[in-house]
Design a binder for this molecule. Structure first.
Ligand SMILES: O=C(O)CCC(=O)C(=O)O
Ligand SMILES: [Fe+2]
Length: 346
């Protein structure tokens, strides 16, 4: 087993066992999508306000398509490191395989494979003040042979669900159902395959350190192992998300927080690891086009409730985030700085 690489060690207050034992059993809401539209909109609205997280069942994504994607992910990660690194991500191309992810400067106990839902997309160059763009394109491995097909089919299906959820969230805010749809033309949405190997030091390391998701919303599939925890808004306790077979976990990201002017908040979450079982999860990050300017929507602000965020450009934010994600930094993530700064400037 040996010693743990210090890069993985979380500071004491962020370690997995560092919280009071919960006596009550709490669950984030599980919402059946097969019910009246009014009920559905009101339940989703309540879940977004209270938790920022919920699970959905009867969501329309076929279980065959999901199983095929899960099998492809498992087969990919079972290969040798040498094989996987043939499609490794680098400073130029943020898509592909990566086994050195850091969250808030601590290394995560996992390996990932990322791909864009639209196979290739344009993003701004960060160095450029001239609004120059570059194109990023997916890197597909040779094996397993049906990897690309299985994953493209998966993201097409989940994308439909993401639009549906965005519509319901917009309606729950009292906005038109298609209010935000235009933002997703030439979207930067991506899917991440996560593999968390068993960890001999589950009290010291985390699968993913605490963070918020930066896009509009996330549609996450997890296997039956468990490990995802959500920070409860009311008291800051870490609440485990119990795996529900066939369900997706939905959380609103920073963009919905800004659009809704804090009515719905993007909530912190993290993943704990265990000594026994490897875990797989597949988040779909619903990201708009690089051109989109994000700010509180006009219908939701007024004199009594003034805008709390200044407008920002998604593409610019995305380019910075990818650059800073790539290696360990000596200051906290841009993500964090950006939102705080916007708040202060508002
Ligand atoms: O693996 C999970 O359950 C969640 C992963 C996550 O939060 C992320 O990739 O942003
Ligand atoms: Fe996340």
């Amino acid at each position: 087993m040996g010693d743990i690489d210090p890069a993985f060690i979380q500071s004491t207050e962020h370690r997995a066992n560092n919280h009071k034992k919960l006596v009550e059993v709490v669950e984030i809401p599980v919402i059946d999508m097969l019910q009246s539209r009014e009920e559905l909109i009101s339940k989703i609205g309540r879940a977004c306000e209270e938790w920022g997280f919920f699970q959905v069942t009867n969501h329309g994504v076929s279980s065959e398509v999901s199983s095929r994607a899960e099998a492809a992910a498992k087969m990919f990660f079972e290969q040798s490191t040498e094989e996987k690194r043939k499609v490794k991500r680098d400073e130029v191309n943020a898509m592909g395989y990566h086994d050195g992810e850091h969250t808030k400067n601590v290394r995560d106990w996992k390996e990932v494979f990322d791909y864009l839902v639209q196979n290739s997309a344009q993003v701004p160059l960060i160095e450029s003040h001239e609004k120059e763009l570059r194109t990023i394109t997916n890197q597909w491995p040779q094996s397993p042979p049906d990897f690309r097909e299985a994953l493209e089919e998966y993201s097409r299906e989940v994308e439909k669900l993401a639009y549906k959820l965005l519509e319901l969230i917009s309606l729950s805010l009292g906005l038109a159902g298609d209010k935000f749809h235009g933002c997703f033309k030439d979207q930067l949405s991506m899917v991440r395959l996560n593999h968390y190997p068993p960890c001999p030091f589950p009290d010291l390391a985390l699968g993913v350190g605490r963070h918020k998701d930066s896009g509009a919303l996330t549609v996450l599939a997890q296997d039956d192992v468990g490990g995802l925890q959500v920070k409860r808004k009311s008291d800051g306790e870490w609440i485990p998300v119990t795996p529900t077979p066939g369900a997706f976990i939905i959380n609103v990201g920073d963009m919905v927080q800004v659009w809704s002017n804090d009515k719905y908040e993007s909530v912190e979450h993290r993943v704990v690891v265990n000594t026994e079982r490897e875990r797989f999860s597949i988040p779909f990050f619903f990201f708009p086009s690089h051109k989109v300017m994000v700010k509180p929507v006009e219908e939701l602000v007024n004199e009594k409730n003034p805008p709390r965020y200044r407008e920002y450009n998604w593409g610019h934010f995305y380019a910075h985030r990818n650059r800073t994600d790539f290696k360990k930094l000596h200051h906290s993530s841009v993500h964090h700085i950006l939102l705080i700064k916007l708040k202060e400037l508002a």
